[in-house]
Design a protein around this ligand. Sequence first.
Ligand code: HAM
Length: 427
Amino acid sequence: MGVKIQAVKGMNDILPVAGKDSVWTTADWLAFEEIAHKWLAQYGYKNIRTPMIEPTGLFVRSIGTDTDVVGKEMYTFDDYGESLSLRPEGTASCLRAVVEHNLLYNSPQKLWYMGAMFRHEKPQKGRYRQFHQIGVEALGYAGADTDAEIIAMCFDLWQKLGIQNCVQLEINCLGNREERAAHRTALVEYLKRHENQLDEDSRRRMVTNPLRVLDSKNPAMQEIAENAPKLSDYLGSGSLKHYNALQNILNSLDIPFVENHRLVRGLDYYNSTVFEWTTDKLGAQGTICGGGRYDGLIEELGGKPTPSIGFAIGIERLLLLVKSHGNLKIDNSPDIYAMYQGETAQPHLMRAVQNLRHAGFSVLTHGADQKLATQFKKADASGAKFALIVAENEVLSGSLTVKNLQTGEQVSLSPNEVINQLNQWSM
Ligand code: HAM
């Protein structure tokens, strides 16, 4: 026997049954996707699908070289002289496609995507090397109403999934380029004064990306970060007006939020509004959704200046939370479990099964000529509401036998009458 080959560390199989290291099944994913598709349509978003591999330069230019994602976590390889990377997130690819195909030439766009993303992080619960995001991008919308709408959209989804009481919304305003530059000068001066107290990571970031020192996870850095110059003190009237308008709309929609002036996000393309939805129910990996404005990014990628905002949800983290604290209604049991006895019954049963499917019923066939008692056991285990039985008697009389597995009632009827009977039982 050959040696078994295992999946790559941090990359998970999703199976029809819950596995030793996965709490969710493909049925959970499908149920979530069904809810998500309806939810996205309610807000007028259209689907976009882009390749999983892009030129490395796309991510370097959009996410930024000094970020962990590009600096440390990308799966990058040489493809006959061209540097390519597995996408670590969806925004850059979405915008690359929008610019390439000129989708914004006469109207703004509201787009959504879903799929696998890849980051070479240390795997743990809620953090994987291949994970899935569902994300939206509203391109060509400058107003705070759009910021509020996409946040409300998240809140709506949490309500549909029953986790609205387990999550917290944090918001911040990162201002514009000039405001950030003025703050950066003050921040670097402050950090230099405290350089001997900084950890190695923060000392490096002080030079490459000082704003990220503010969201250091090291508890020893918290006090320094807390007392650092605040970006909010450097915001001009335009940024403040936008930020206040967002807060007013959130209040009018009864969406609770907290302001976190140290929320800076881990990707370089953001300005103005940024937000995260976090939970304390998942341990260290508590951010289930993150997003914000990136008004300069489309221009940076070769398009016209287009104010835009979006977010992405980590589906694994979301489903971990939904499975432990929310609800996902899954009913993937068949309406009917179909069984036969004797070879002559086979074609008779298959014709009946196809007719029932055409009449709108879902039917699981047992698929073997076994004792009826065995087949009934499997029917019960499948969760089916009804059993369809075809044996020699039914073949001879041209009838079908159906049993209501909930009440035990059993009748033999003509094929047409069976459909009426099943419809009646289903009411
Ligand atoms: P992000 O904060 O890097 O933002 O990722 C969004 C979400 O993806 C996180 O909040 C988390 O739930 C999930 N996630 C990230 N890394 C992992 C991982 N290694 N394992 C499991 N889940 C993970 C973005 O990606 C931006 N593109 C969001 C955005 C869209 N901003 C504007 N538009």
